[in-house]
Ligand binder design. Structure first.
Ligand code: COA
Length: 169
Protein backbone atom coordinates (compact mmCIF):
# COMPACT_ATOMS: atom_id res chain seq x y z
CA UNK A 1 0.00 0.00 0.00
CA UNK A 2 1.32 3.46 -0.84
CA UNK A 3 1.96 5.61 2.22
CA UNK A 4 1.43 9.34 1.60
CA UNK A 5 1.54 12.67 3.38
CA UNK A 6 1.86 16.24 2.19
CA UNK A 7 2.76 19.86 2.89
CA UNK A 8 1.61 23.05 1.16
CA UNK A 9 3.91 22.47 -1.83
CA UNK A 10 5.10 18.88 -1.57
CA UNK A 11 3.71 15.34 -1.65
CA UNK A 12 5.58 12.40 -0.09
CA UNK A 13 4.99 8.83 -1.26
CA UNK A 14 6.43 5.35 -0.74
CA UNK A 15 8.90 4.61 -3.54
CA UNK A 16 7.59 2.46 -6.41
CA UNK A 17 9.47 0.55 -9.16
CA UNK A 18 8.05 2.99 -11.75
CA UNK A 19 9.89 5.87 -10.01
CA UNK A 20 13.25 4.52 -11.25
CA UNK A 21 13.86 7.14 -13.97
CA UNK A 22 12.87 10.09 -11.79
CA UNK A 23 14.83 8.87 -8.76
CA UNK A 24 17.84 8.20 -11.02
CA UNK A 25 17.87 11.93 -11.86
CA UNK A 26 18.67 12.43 -8.18
CA UNK A 27 20.77 9.46 -6.97
CA UNK A 28 22.38 9.03 -10.42
CA UNK A 29 23.63 12.64 -10.49
CA UNK A 30 27.29 13.26 -9.61
CA UNK A 31 26.46 16.89 -8.76
CA UNK A 32 23.63 16.01 -6.35
CA UNK A 33 25.56 13.17 -4.69
CA UNK A 34 28.92 15.00 -4.53
CA UNK A 35 28.96 15.03 -0.69
CA UNK A 36 26.92 11.85 -0.21
CA UNK A 37 29.06 9.01 -1.54
CA UNK A 38 28.85 9.82 -5.27
CA UNK A 39 26.42 8.94 -8.07
CA UNK A 40 24.71 5.56 -8.03
CA UNK A 41 24.06 3.17 -10.93
CA UNK A 42 20.51 2.36 -12.14
CA UNK A 43 20.86 -1.21 -10.84
CA UNK A 44 21.72 0.01 -7.34
CA UNK A 45 18.94 2.59 -7.43
CA UNK A 46 16.45 -0.12 -8.42
CA UNK A 47 17.56 -2.18 -5.40
CA UNK A 48 17.27 0.87 -3.15
CA UNK A 49 13.70 1.48 -4.32
CA UNK A 50 12.82 -2.13 -3.41
CA UNK A 51 14.58 -1.71 -0.05
CA UNK A 52 12.64 1.47 0.78
CA UNK A 53 9.32 -0.09 -0.28
CA UNK A 54 9.96 -2.93 2.18
CA UNK A 55 11.29 -0.62 4.89
CA UNK A 56 7.97 1.26 4.98
CA UNK A 57 6.05 -2.01 5.34
CA UNK A 58 8.44 -3.35 7.98
CA UNK A 59 9.20 -0.30 10.16
CA UNK A 60 6.54 2.28 9.26
CA UNK A 61 9.08 4.85 8.08
CA UNK A 62 11.25 5.11 4.98
CA UNK A 63 12.86 7.37 2.42
CA UNK A 64 10.08 8.79 0.23
CA UNK A 65 9.88 10.34 -3.19
CA UNK A 66 9.12 14.08 -2.93
CA UNK A 67 6.78 15.42 -5.62
CA UNK A 68 6.30 19.09 -6.32
CA UNK A 69 2.51 19.44 -6.41
CA UNK A 70 2.55 22.30 -8.95
CA UNK A 71 4.13 20.10 -11.63
CA UNK A 72 3.17 16.63 -10.30
CA UNK A 73 6.76 15.46 -10.69
CA UNK A 74 9.41 13.96 -8.42
CA UNK A 75 12.02 16.57 -7.50
CA UNK A 76 13.86 14.70 -4.77
CA UNK A 77 13.86 12.15 -1.99
CA UNK A 78 13.59 12.63 1.76
CA UNK A 79 13.03 10.44 4.79
CA UNK A 80 14.75 7.98 7.07
CA UNK A 81 17.16 5.08 7.05
CA UNK A 82 17.36 2.78 10.08
CA UNK A 83 19.89 4.10 12.60
CA UNK A 84 22.46 2.22 14.66
CA UNK A 85 19.72 0.75 16.85
CA UNK A 86 15.90 0.30 16.82
CA UNK A 87 15.34 3.64 18.56
CA UNK A 88 17.27 5.73 16.01
CA UNK A 89 16.46 6.82 12.46
CA UNK A 90 18.80 8.72 10.13
CA UNK A 91 17.36 11.66 8.20
CA UNK A 92 18.45 12.19 4.60
CA UNK A 93 17.38 14.44 1.73
CA UNK A 94 18.62 14.72 -1.84
CA UNK A 95 17.05 17.08 -4.38
CA UNK A 96 17.42 17.52 -8.12
CA UNK A 97 19.69 20.57 -8.48
CA UNK A 98 17.15 22.47 -10.62
CA UNK A 99 15.06 22.78 -7.45
CA UNK A 100 17.70 23.93 -4.95
CA UNK A 101 17.37 27.24 -3.14
CA UNK A 102 13.59 27.33 -2.89
CA UNK A 103 13.17 26.02 0.64
CA UNK A 104 12.02 22.57 -0.51
CA UNK A 105 14.61 20.60 1.52
CA UNK A 106 13.73 22.43 4.73
CA UNK A 107 9.99 21.96 4.08
CA UNK A 108 10.52 18.27 3.29
CA UNK A 109 12.82 17.48 6.22
CA UNK A 110 10.48 19.20 8.69
CA UNK A 111 7.48 17.30 7.27
CA UNK A 112 9.24 13.92 7.52
CA UNK A 113 10.21 14.61 11.14
CA UNK A 114 6.62 15.65 11.97
CA UNK A 115 5.23 12.54 10.30
CA UNK A 116 7.63 10.30 12.23
CA UNK A 117 6.72 12.00 15.53
CA UNK A 118 2.96 11.89 14.91
CA UNK A 119 2.95 8.25 14.00
CA UNK A 120 5.03 7.18 17.02
CA UNK A 121 7.08 4.38 15.47
CA UNK A 122 9.25 3.78 18.50
CA UNK A 123 11.97 6.14 17.28
CA UNK A 124 13.45 8.19 20.12
CA UNK A 125 16.28 9.95 18.32
CA UNK A 126 16.78 11.31 14.79
CA UNK A 127 20.38 11.53 13.63
CA UNK A 128 21.95 13.09 10.52
CA UNK A 129 25.47 13.66 9.26
CA UNK A 130 26.70 16.27 6.79
CA UNK A 131 29.98 16.95 5.07
CA UNK A 132 31.29 20.23 6.56
CA UNK A 133 31.91 21.40 2.96
CA UNK A 134 28.15 21.27 2.35
CA UNK A 135 26.83 24.26 4.36
CA UNK A 136 23.33 24.18 2.79
CA UNK A 137 22.72 20.75 4.28
CA UNK A 138 23.85 21.81 7.77
CA UNK A 139 21.52 24.81 7.51
CA UNK A 140 18.54 22.57 6.71
CA UNK A 141 19.23 20.53 9.87
CA UNK A 142 19.66 23.60 12.08
CA UNK A 143 16.49 25.14 10.67
CA UNK A 144 14.40 22.11 11.60
CA UNK A 145 15.75 22.18 15.16
CA UNK A 146 18.51 19.56 15.04
CA UNK A 147 21.62 20.14 17.17
CA UNK A 148 25.23 19.75 15.98
CA UNK A 149 27.07 17.28 18.23
CA UNK A 150 30.54 17.03 16.70
CA UNK A 151 32.69 15.64 13.88
CA UNK A 152 32.94 11.88 13.24
CA UNK A 153 34.80 9.76 10.64
CA UNK A 154 32.56 7.63 8.37
CA UNK A 155 34.16 4.61 6.72
CA UNK A 156 31.40 4.17 4.09
CA UNK A 157 31.75 7.65 2.58
CA UNK A 158 35.43 7.91 3.68
CA UNK A 159 34.97 11.42 5.02
CA UNK A 160 34.61 13.35 8.24
CA UNK A 161 31.06 14.50 8.84
CA UNK A 162 29.35 16.85 11.26
CA UNK A 163 26.76 14.86 13.25
CA UNK A 164 23.38 16.28 14.25
CA UNK A 165 20.74 14.88 16.60
CA UNK A 166 17.12 15.54 17.54
CA UNK A 167 15.73 13.97 20.69
CA UNK A 168 12.07 12.95 20.28
CA UNK A 169 11.47 11.89 23.89
C1 COA B 1 21.46 20.35 0.59
C2 COA B 1 20.13 20.47 -0.17
C3 COA B 1 19.22 19.33 0.24
C4 COA B 1 19.48 21.82 0.19
O1 COA B 1 18.25 21.87 -0.52
P1 COA B 1 17.47 23.23 -0.77
O2 COA B 1 16.08 22.91 -1.16
O3 COA B 1 18.27 24.09 -1.66
O4 COA B 1 17.49 23.83 0.72
P2 COA B 1 16.65 25.07 1.20
O5 COA B 1 16.19 25.89 0.04
O6 COA B 1 15.64 24.54 2.16
O7 COA B 1 17.78 25.93 1.93
C5 COA B 1 18.34 25.62 3.15
C6 COA B 1 19.26 26.76 3.62
O8 COA B 1 20.56 26.59 3.06
C7 COA B 1 20.98 27.82 2.48
N1 COA B 1 21.92 27.53 1.41
C8 COA B 1 21.64 27.06 0.18
N2 COA B 1 22.78 26.90 -0.53
C9 COA B 1 23.80 27.29 0.30
C10 COA B 1 25.22 27.34 0.18
N3 COA B 1 25.84 26.94 -0.95
N4 COA B 1 25.93 27.80 1.23
C11 COA B 1 25.33 28.17 2.38
N5 COA B 1 23.99 28.12 2.57
C12 COA B 1 23.24 27.69 1.54
C13 COA B 1 19.72 28.48 2.03
O9 COA B 1 19.89 29.86 1.84
C14 COA B 1 18.79 28.13 3.19
O10 COA B 1 19.00 28.96 4.31
P3 COA B 1 18.11 30.29 4.55
O11 COA B 1 16.69 29.84 4.57
O12 COA B 1 18.60 30.77 5.86
O13 COA B 1 18.37 31.20 3.41
C15 COA B 1 20.34 20.44 -1.70
O14 COA B 1 21.29 21.38 -2.04
C16 COA B 1 20.74 19.06 -2.18
O15 COA B 1 19.91 18.22 -2.50
N6 COA B 1 22.07 18.85 -2.27
C17 COA B 1 22.59 17.56 -2.71
C18 COA B 1 22.32 16.42 -1.74
C19 COA B 1 22.83 16.71 -0.35
O16 COA B 1 23.87 17.33 -0.17
N7 COA B 1 22.08 16.22 0.65
C20 COA B 1 22.38 16.39 2.04
C21 COA B 1 23.28 15.49 2.78
S1 COA B 1 23.90 14.00 2.06
Amino acid sequence: MTYRFETARLLFQTMQPEDLDAVSQVWGSAEVMKYCGGASTKERIQRSIEFYEHLQAEKGYSVYTVLLKDISAIIGVCGFNPGENEEEAELLYHFNQHYWGKGYATEAAAACVTDLKENNRGIKKIIAAVNPANPASGKVLSKIGMTAKGIKWFGDTKQEELCFELDLT
